[in-house]
Design a protein around this ligand. Structure first.
Ligand code: CTP
Length: 420
C-alpha cells in the first residue's frame, strides 16, 4: 500500500474527539504558540503526542509539552531511551493527523525533499495520516521561490494541507505574510481535515442576525436576534467544504475567518444581497430575524424630543417577505436553491412552522420555541424541530454549533438528488 491512508472521518460537530494528533514543533519563535495549540486540541477531546525538532527545544522546553499532554515529548530520534520508549514508527502509525506548527522554512524544505534526519521529519514521512502544515517564518523566507516551490510540491505531490501563514507584524520586526496562523484557526483547519466534505463545492447562502430599521441616524427598530445560530451554520458549512456567503445583519459577533461575509443593515439591503447571491446557490438558509416592518419616513436628522411631542406615533411600512419572495420566484422559474427557513415562535411551534412551510413554498422549516430559557435568542444552545412536508424530526438541546451540523446533515440529504 502507498499514498496517504484513507482519512479518518469524524462527526463534524466534534471531529477531534478521541483522535490521535501528532503536533510537530519546528524551531521558530512561534514555537511558544504551539503550547496554546496543544491545549486547544486536548480541550477538543484529542490525544496529543508532541514531537519537537532540536532547535524547537531552544525556544520551548519539552517539559512544557509533557505537562500539557501527559505524554513524553519526542525530541531525539537517536536517543536510545526515547526511540525504544516512544518509537517514531509507532507514533507515525498511531496518528490520525499530524499537525506541524510552526512549520519553519527549514522543516518545509526537508519535508519537500523527503529528508528524515530527525524525529519530526521521520514521523511526517512515515505516517499515512494526513499532514497539516502551519508555516511560520520571516516574510522574505516565506516569499522566496524555493519555499513557495517546496510548499507547492508538498501540496501537489503529497496532498499536504496548509493553514496560513497570517499577515502582520513578525517577531523579526518585518511586516507581511509569515506569521503562524492563530491557534484557533489551526484547530479549525484540523477539524476540517477530519470532517466529511459532504458540502464540497456547494454554494450556501446563509442569513444571520437581526435587521435594524432606521428611525433617524441614531435610532432604529430592531429585535433580539444575536446572529449566533446563523454564524454557527456558516462556520459548520465551511468546515464541511461549502463555499459560504454569510449575509449578516448587525451583530456583536467576531468576523468569521475564511467566509465571504456581506454586512447589511436593514431588510431591504438584505433583499438586495440575496438578489445577488441566492440564485447561484445550492441552498439558502434564512436564519436572520428580518423585521416585518420599517418606519415609513425615517428622518435624515436626529429627531428632537421637543419636536416630536410627548406621545409620538411611528407610522410603519411593511417589509417584503424575503423567504416567501424566494419561494414564489423559485416556483415561477421552476428551478432554484433548496430553501430553508427558521420559525421562532412562542406557542404552537410546529403548527406555525408547518403553515410557514406551505405559505413560503420552502423545503424545510427549522422551528424553535423562543420562550424556552435555553433555546432561541442570545443563548449558546438551541432545541429545534425540523419541519418538512413529509414529517418532523426533533433535534435535542445542544450547543448551537452541534445543532447547526444536525440541520446541515438534513440539508446534505436534501440537496444530494438535486442538480446543483
Ligand atoms: N423572513 C423573511 N422576510 C421577512 C420576515 C421573515 O424572509 N420579512 C424569514 C426569516 O428569515 C425566517 C422565516 O422567514 O426564515 C420565518 O420568519 P418569521 O419571522 O418567523 O415569520 P414571519 O413570516 O415574519 O411570520 P410571523 O412574524 O407572523 O410569525
Amino acid at each position: 500500500m502507498s499514498g496517504p491512508r484513507e482519512r479518518k472521518v469524524q462527526d463534524p460537530a466534534a471531529p477531534l474527539k478521541d483522535v490521535e494528533i501528532v503536533v510537530g514543533v519546528g524551531g521558530g519563535i512561534a514555537a511558544y504558540k504551539a503550547c496554546e495549540l496543544v491545549r486547544l486540541f486536548i480541550k477538543a477531546g484529542a490525544k496529543v503526542q508532541v514531537v519537537m525538532t532540536r532547535r524547537a527545544t531552544k525556544f520551548v522546553g519539552p517539559l512544557t509539552f509533557q505537562a500539557l499532554t501527559g505524554r513524553k515529548t519526542f525530541t531525539d530520534l537517536f536517543s536510545l531511551t526515547q526511540e525504544s520508549e516512544i518509537g517514531h514508527i509507532q507514533v507515525a502509525d498511531r496518528a490520525d493527523l499530524v499537525v506541524v506548527a510552526p512549520a519553519t522554512a527549514n522543516v518545509c524544505a526537508r519535508l519537500a525533499a523527503g529528508i528524515t534526519d530527525d524525529a519530526l521529519t521521520s514521523v511526517c514521512l512515515a505516517t499515512r495520516a494526513p499532514v497539516l502544515l502551519a508555516p511560520s517564518m520571516n516574510v522574505n523566507m516565506w516569499q522566496h521561490p524555493i519555499t513557495q516551490a517546496n510548499l507547492r510540491r508538498l501540496v501537489d505531490v503529497a496532498g499536504t494541507f496548509v493553514v496560513g501563514p497570517g499577515d502582520g507584524f513578525l517577531a523579526c520586526r518585518w511586516t507581511g505574510p509569515g506569521r503562524l496562523a492563530e491557534p484557533a484557526d489551526i484547530v479549525e483547519a484540523a477539524c476540517r481535515v477530519l470532517s466529511p466534505q459532504d458540502l464540497a463545492g456547494k454554494r450556501l447562502v446563509i442569513t444571520a442576525g437581526p435587521t435594524h430599521e432606521a428611525l433617524d441616524p441614531v435610532r432604529y427598530l430592531g429585535n433580539r436576534s444575536s446572529g449566533k445560530m446563523g454564524y454557527a451554520l456558516a462556520a459548520a458549512a465551511a468546515r464541511r467544504g461549502a463555499l459560504v456567503t454569510l449575509i449578516a445583519g448587525p451583530t456583536a459577533l467576531p468576523e468569521p475567518v475564511g467566509l465571504d461575509v456581506v454586512h447589511v443593515e436593514d431588510a431591504r439591503a438584505m433583499e438586495a444581497a440575496l438578489g445577488s447571491h441566492a440564485w447561484g446557490a445550492s441552498a439558502v438558509i434564512m436564519a436572520a430575524a428580518i423585521a416585518d416592518f420599517r418606519p415609513a419616513a425615517p428622518s435624515d436628522k436626529k429627531l428632537k424630543r421637543t419636536e416630536i411631542g410627548l406621545q409620538p406615533t411611528i407610522v410603519l411600512d411593511s417589509n417584503p417577505d424575503l423567504l416567501g419572495g424566494l419561494g414564489a420566484e423559485r416556483a415561477r422559474r421552476g428551478d432554484g436553491p433548496l430553501l430553508v427557513g427558521f420559525a421562532a415562535e412562542t406557542h404552537d411551534v410546529v403548527g406555525y412552522a408547518r403553515a410557514k412551510l406551505t405559505a413560503k413554498q420552502v423545503d424545510l422549516m427549522v422551528a424553535n420555541d423562543v420562550t424556552e430559557p435555553d433555546a432561541g435568542f442570545a443563548v449558546d444552545t438551541n432545541r429545534v424541530v425540523l419541519v418538512e412536508a413529509s414529517g418532523t424530526r426533533e433535534i435535542p438541546l445542544a450547543d448551537k454549533a452541534v445543532v447547526a451540523h444536525r440541520i446541515l446533515d438534513r440539508v446534505v440529504e436534501l440537496i444530494a438528488p438535486r442538480a446543483r
